[in-house]
Design a binder for this molecule. Structure first.
Ligand code: NAD
Length: 476
């Protein structure tokens, strides 16, 4: 516990879970079975680098195996610890249930600062970590399927997939052992953007819910909303990019490790991203005001706050000063249980992590299915779909001629209508549908039950209900 009696990340998840189950009527003992983490494996392994052996500590935690494989990212960060990995694994269980991805929850982590090692060194470390997990079936297409998380991406997933294939030379499904791979190594179009894209779809769906928008005190649509983002990594960058480019949002603040950029007229997300890639941080960016105390910007006035970096950034020490009426948890666990209570009392609406960042696991699910079916989505249907659309267009044009060409189809309509959907479009459509459906299930509970005042409790009620149903179906 910290100076503010702040619960740990694991305790925060448990507190939120307990709040929800107190409103449910679960069979005796089932609540405990669902809450606890089934197992956490800790591994310490050595890699010879720079003339000496370096010892690394890694974890893979399995929270619930009510469905298998279990699923969850692998995080690279010096702060990784068992408590964090277990909290993240628990969130994965609830997240997968909420968006109906047929997996149990898992998570992994390696205590490492990836920026301290070069690419070749990171490959050696990753392959060794993967080896340790693979030989215990903690990476396996039918048992445990990791994905990227903070500090890891396509590159690490490709190394893991290759390591698994080398150790399982006759496994025809080896590519399904991990998701978030590059396209040329069995990945799927749209996975890199998926979590940020999911944040965008979640906000679009929220703004279709007039009662929800009213509860937040906001008005209108996403257009013109002023947004502050913390963390311009995979999730934060894509969310900020799509919201500003496609929905008319203004990104008025970007918080990074080395401070924040603020500009009321709206920041150029691409330009800031390019600056970070070149300079390692936001400091010195020429076209906005830079402040060194980045976290203070979380408290700036805005319409939507998107914490997309790490957990516990909104805590009992700053929650009362957060002005955003709407917070969407793009990161996992950015709001502690204590802060959640303070914000709820203030009337802020929080779109919870288990829903908000579920785009990643949703598209990972599509990738896993693609790997198991050994065929790209759309490959069988696309041209056939185009041919059928062509028939309709030809017929309409014939009819138009028959009545003396009194009307025509616009070239833009024809072009858009005739084109069959490729994999990226199908993935986005499946993701959009998933985010809409999951929001509807939470919304129904949120708006219909007097004892449920927030979306997080609603999300827990829906997901715990689904996990409990799986256990009941297994006869537990
Ligand atoms: P990432 O490593 O790509 O990006 C994290 C960003 O946060 C980086 O730009 C980093 O510089 C910044 N950052 C780190 N510490 C910071 C600090 N103290 N203050 C401000 N900025 C800081 O990671 P990511 O994959 O975008 O993951 C971010 C969050 O989203 C994590 O909580 C992760 O668990 C969650 N998440 C990620 C995915 C995914 O598909 N990548 C899926 C679901 C949830």
């Amino acid at each position: 516990m910290s100076a503010y009696s702040e619960p740990s990340f694991r305790e925060s998840v448990d507190l939120m879970f307990n709040r929800a189950v107190s409103l449910m009527d679960l069979a005796p003992g089932l609540e405990e079975k669902i809450r606890v983490c089934n197992a956490t494996y800790t591994v310490r392994f050595g890699v010879r680098l720079r003339g000496q052996i370096h010892t690394f500590t890694g974890y893979r935690s399995v929270h619930s195996e009510h469905m298998e494989p279990v699923k969850g990212g692998i995080r690279y960060s010096p702060e990784v610890n068992q408590n964090e990995v277990e909290a993240l694994a628990a969130l994965m269980t609830y997240k997968c249930a909420l968006v109906e991805a047929p997996f149990g929850g898992s998570k992994g982590g390696l205590c490492i600062d990836p920026r301290a090692w070069d690419e070749h060194e990171l490959e050696l470390i990753t392959r060794r970590f993967a080896y340790e997990l693979i030989k215990r079936d903690l990476i396996n297409p039918s048992q445990n399927v990791p994905a990227p998380d903070m500090g890891t991406g396509e590159r690490e997933m490709a190394w893991i997939a290759d390591q698994y294939a080398r150790m399982n030379t006759t496994d025809i499904n080896s590519r399904a052992c991990v998701t978030g791979k590059p396209l040329n190594a069995g990945g799927i179009a749209g996975r890199v953007e998926a979590t940020g894209r999911g944040v965008q779809y979640a906000l679009q769906e929220f703004f279709r819910d007039a009662d929800g928008v009213k509860k937040s005190g906001l008005k209108g649509t996403l257009d013109g909303k002023r947004v502050i983002v913390q963390g311009l990594g995979n999730v934060g960058y894509h969310a900020a990019k799509f919201l500003s480019e496609e929905d008319g949002c203004k990104i008025i603040g970007i918080i990074e490790r080395d401070g924040a950029l603020v500009d009321e007229s709206g920041l150029d997300v691409e330009a800031v991203k390019a600056w970070i890639a070149e300079n390692g941080g936001v400091a010195g960016y020429p076209d906005a005001e830079h402040t060194i105390s980045g976290n203070a910007v979380l408290e700036n006035e805005c319409d939507i706050l998107i914490p997309a970096a790490l957990e516990g950034v909104i805590h009992m020490g700053n929650a009362a000063d957060i002005q955003a009426p709407l917070i969407i948890e793009a990161a996992n666990g950015p709001v502690t249980a204590g802060a959640d209570e303070i914000l709820r009392k203030k009337g802020a609406v929080i779109i919870p992590d288990m829903y908000a960042n579920a785009g990643g696991v949703t598209v990972s699910y599509f990738e896993w299915v693609k790997n198991l079916s050994h065929i790209r989505f759309g490959r069988m249907q696309r041209r056939q779909e185009e041919a059928r659309h062509q028939l309709v267009v030809d017929e309409l044009e014939n009819l138009s001629q028959a009545v003396g060409n009194t009307w025509t189809l616009s070239p833009d309509f024809k072009q858009r209508y005739l084109r069959g959907a490729d994999e990226l479009e199908l993935v986005r459509s499946g993701l959009d549908d998933t985010m809409r459906t999951a929001y509807q299930s939470m919304k129904e509970v949120w708006h219909s039950r007097n004892d449920v005042s927030d979306l997080r409790t609603a999300a827990y009620l829906v997901s715990i209900g689904k996990v409990a149903a799986s256990y009941r179906a297994k006869g537990l």
